[in-house]
Design a protein around this ligand. Structure first.
Ligand SMILES: Cc1ncc(COP(=O)(O)O)c(C=O)c1O
Length: 346
């Protein structure tokens, strides 16, 4: 009998639990294009409250959430300032250009953080009609490529001041804002309050099979609803998956603390291996990024996979492990042994 591999490639791999499936099975549904699906409406009302925004909208994915927000906040020819390793820059298929006609101004940050001192010189002079128009500053919290790092609230407040000075909008890619909130003990509501729009995922650490939520003013969400439909994102009896999202929000936020503990255990194991490099300070939530000086990335992934541990490449040259609710403490112990066997070659 083959044993089940330990899946640390992503926190998107979780499968709906029995309880979540029961909530889906029992969900009351209607036609959401007419805004008549009770389960979707319930999810959106609950999320509105949780995010402390005027309104919220259920969308199919994190990419869709970010891209709808950018579309609503910008006009073609505008520019969005973001960190160089931001998901919207690295992993969203060039969608800001394709879907909104805007370009990105990536700025090299530290641990995913760009400061007002770095952003200010990138803001285009208002009188320079021949340049793109700076419209939005985007922040990712936690920051995926930086290794799940939390964006310090002090910097968010300073960036907000800058945005105010130049009349810019602020968007938060909060795919893992729940992890940031649990680890920093800063309520999601507080993070969200500093942004014009927020997008957050239900299908990562929270364990729902599909979906993200975007939040903003009533006017913003009304426009987002229109954009979602125009992109073919209007779905019908979608309460069946909204119920999973609502279950995730009600039951799976606090437990993220456990995923953070597990990531810490893995990170400390790596830190003990002399052939590996890791910045323990960057391990703040459920992501562990490290480098092997003994094996290249592909060989590392292959050797781990042969031993039953599935890991992936993070940013180029680095390995990544992500903990989630479908990986047990027992599997973390087994992972530690595998990592030691593979990388601890003195
Ligand atoms: C920070 C961040 N934003 C957005 C997304 C996109 O989410 P999805 O895969 O649901 O489109 C991801 C996915 O990994 C992410 O890590």
């Amino acid at each position: 009998m083959t044993t089940k591999p330990i899946y640390l490639r992503s926190d998107t791999v979780t499968r709906p639990s029995q309880e979540m499936r029961r909530a889906m099975y029992e969900a009351e549904v209607g036609d959401d294009v007419f805004q008549e699906d009770p389960s979707v409406n319930q999810l959106q009302e609950y999320a509105t409250e949780l995010l402390g925004k005027e309104a919220a909208l259920f969308v199919s994915s994190g990419v869709m959430g970010n891209q709808i927000c950018l579309r609503v906040l910008t006009s073609p020819g505008d520019e969005v300032v973001c960190e160089r390793d931001a998901h919207i820059f690295q992993y969203e298929s060039g969608s800001p250009a394709v879907l909104s006609g805007v370009q990105l101004m990536p700025v090299e940050g530290k641990a995913g953080v760009i400061t007002p001192e770095q952003i200010e010189p990138c803001i285009r002079p208002i009188e320079a009609y021949y340049m793109p128009r700076t419209k939005v500053i985007e922040i990712e919290n936690t920051h995926n490529r930086a290794g799940g790092t939390i964006h310090p609230i002090e910097n968010i407040l300073r960036v907000k001041e800058l945005a105010k000075k130049y009349d810019l909008k602020l968007h938060l890619d909060g795919a893992r804002i729940w992890n940031a909130s649990v680890a920093s003990k800063i309520p999601v509501k507080e993070y969200a309050s500093h942004f014009d729009s927020i997008s957050c995922c239900l299908s990562k650490g929270l364990g729902a099979p599909v979906g993200s939520i975007i939040g903003g003013t009533k006017e913003f969400i009304k426009e987002a609803f229109r954009v979602r439909k125009s992109w073919g994102g209007g779905m019908r009896q979608i309460g069946i998956i909204a119920a999973a999202g609502l279950y995730a929000l009600k039951n799976n936020i606090e437990r993220l603390e456990e995923d953070h503990q597990k990531a810490r255990m893995l990170a400390e194991t790596i830190a003990e291996i002399s052939s590996c490099e890791i910045d323990l300070i960057s391990v703040q939530t459920n992501i562990v990024i490290f480098k092997s000086n003994a094996l290249n990335v592909l060989d590392s992934i292959e050797r781990c996979s042969e031993a039953g541990l599935l890991i992936s490449e993070g940013k180029p040259g680095y390995l990544r492990m992500i903990t989630h609710l479908d990986v047990s403490f027992d599997e973390i112990e087994k992972s530690k042994k595998i990592l030691n066997n593979i990388f601890n070659k003195k």
